[in-house]
Design a protein around this ligand. Structure first.
Ligand code: AMP
Length: 483
């Protein structure tokens, strides 16, 4: 059974599914739209086993396309709507998408490319579509790209069974109800906004309200009150921004505020509680496993920790020798269980390196305390998380290396109260800021673009010649004021 069927079977079709400022769609409306979209995709020649790639702004049409793909057994690759043509080209070709619906024209592609303005405004009504019932739990549902510190971006192969396991575990842990109302602030191309938030609400037969993209902190808090919102899922940058609201109304319905995708500073957690009278339930996950650790919904929500294992997930914390760590000792977090992906799209070596005997090596450094709470204390990978979005230094470095005058470049994160981290380019050579800005604008989505440039004579390197990014990070933090 597809994840769509698993959700559909739980729906009371008369209930509201999606609410916007001026309209409401019931679950019956949503289902009909999904069927119409399936019919339209079939007319475009897309059928079970093909891959669909979609880059659209957050919109109802995007959601219909994603759900239609899942319902018809067509794996979907949603792409960030801010990706440039050169970024999009890589993904479209890597998955050999049968149909790619895009905002920018790729430089080269596979299959059929349709630009967003060629899409019909409404997918025509259909009565004749039948959804397949023979989709197996191991069948591919979503391809979500993620990247390591080395190598090219990898498509995490998320199956229908992975999605169901992850959604069910959260459904229980966070006590989702069909009476819940979710305020949705996150993008639909990432596991957090798509699976945890949107599919979580759909599985619960709950109602989702999307904030317009240019929301302000005051408009969010007003929506909590006016629309009787019960659940709001956030990344630390959003939590931080909400602290600036001028007044806080009565919020009798707001029962669950969560944060994840990046570390939430204890001070921000406490400031949120002081301002809104709500604890934040901080949780941890990654594209490859979904959400797997969460502070308890009832019980002590401990700031600075990511709580307890969800569902049937299992964890180990191991030292560099692979031996299990004692309580409080820092080691790499390994994860096993039903929501762990089977591997990366057509990258068997990366799969073998990352998933060993069923244990996914997260690259995150963690501790476990005697009460059973896990904490994420760092990353063994060089990933930068800015505003909740992952920036893979290597990708930015490759773009900057093509600039004249740049002999070598290392990209690191600078701590920032608002963004979590900001991207800094450290360059050996001679280059001016405007060339860095221009090439970044041309080739990189906004959140990946360097905010600062530091020129150095040479990089600190270890005995193996590897750039010591930790030392560079310290130097960068000293150089630029922390704000
Ligand atoms: P993604 O695959 O984009 O969801 O990114 C996953 C990465 O985000 C993890 O490997 C962690 O490094 C980081 N992450 C997610 N949640 C948390 C959290 N609550 N605290 C610290 N880091 C987190």
């Amino acid at each position: 059974m597809s994840i769509y069927q698993a959700m559909f079977r739980r729906w009371d079709l008369s209930k509201p599914a999606l609410m916007s400022v001026d309209s409401t769609q019931t679950y019956a409306d949503l289902h009909q739209q999904v069927l119409n979209t399936v019919g339209w995709l079939q007319e475009q020649g897309v059928s079970g086993g093909d891959i669909l790639c979609v880059q659209l702004p957050k919109s109802e049409r995007l959601l219909y396309l994603l759900l239609a793909g899942l319902a018809m057994g067509v794996p979907v690759l949603p792409l960030n709507d801010r990706y440039t043509a050169s970024e999009v080209t890589y993904y479209v070709k890597d998955v050999r998408a049968k149909l790619s619906i895009l905002l920018v024209k790729p430089l080269d592609w596979y299959g059929k490319v349709m630009l967003a303005d060629e899409l019909p405004d409404i997918f025509p009504m259909t009565q004749t579509v039948e959804l397949p019932l023979d989709i197996a739990p191991g069948d591919l549902a979503l391809l979500l790209y993620t990247s390591g510190t080395t190598g090219r971006p990898k498509g995490a192969m998320i199956s229908h069974g992975n999605l169901l396991a992850s959604i069910k575990a959260l459904h229980t842990a966070w006590q989702w109800q069909s009476t819940d109302r979710l305020l949705h602030l996150l993008p639909l191309f990432h596991v957090h906004g798509l699976v945890v938030a949107q599919f979580g609400a759909l599985y619960a037969n709950a109602c989702t309200l999307w904030m317009p993209p240019k929301w302000t902190p005051d408009s969010v808090v007003e929506a909590w009150s006016v629309h009787q919102i019960s659940i709001c899922m956030m990344v630390p940058t959003i939590v931080h921004r909400l602290l600036s609201v001028s007044s806080v109304p009565e919020l009798p319905y707001l029962r669950l505020c969560t944060s994840g995708s990046a570390p939430l500073p204890v001070s921000t957690h406490q400031a949120f509680e002081g301002k809104f009278g709500r604890h934040i339930v901080e949780r941890y996950g990654m594209t490859e496993v979904g959400i797997v650790l969460s502070n308890p919904y009832e019980g002590e929500q401990r700031a600075g920790t990511v709580g307890f294992p969800l569902g049937e997930m299992q964890f180990r914390i191991v030292g560099s020798n692979g031996e299990p760590c004692a309580f409080g000792e820092v080691g790499e977090l390994l994860i096993a269980g039903p929501s762990v992906i089977s591997g990366y799209w057509e990258q068997p070596e990366a799969t073998q390196r990352t998933i060993v005997d069923g244990w996914l090596h997260s690259g995150d450094l963690a501790t476990l305390d005697a009460d059973g709470y896990y904490s994420i204390v760092g990353r063994s990978k060089d990933l930068i998380i800015s505003g909740g979005f992952n920036v893979y230094p290597k990708e930015v470095e490759q773009v900057l290396l093509t600039l004249e005058g740049v002999q070598d470049v290392a990209v690191v994160g600078l701590p920032s109260k608002e963004w979590g981290e900001e991207v800094v380019a450290v360059v050996v050579g001679d280059v001016d800021w405007s060339s860095v800005e221009n090439i970044a604008k041309e080739q990189l989505a906004p959140y990946k673009r360097p905010k600062h440039l530091l020129m150095v004579e040479a990089f600190p390197r270890n005995a193996m010649g590897k750039v010591q990014k930790a030392t560079l990070r310290e130097r960068v933090a000293k150089q630029f004021s922390i704000h």
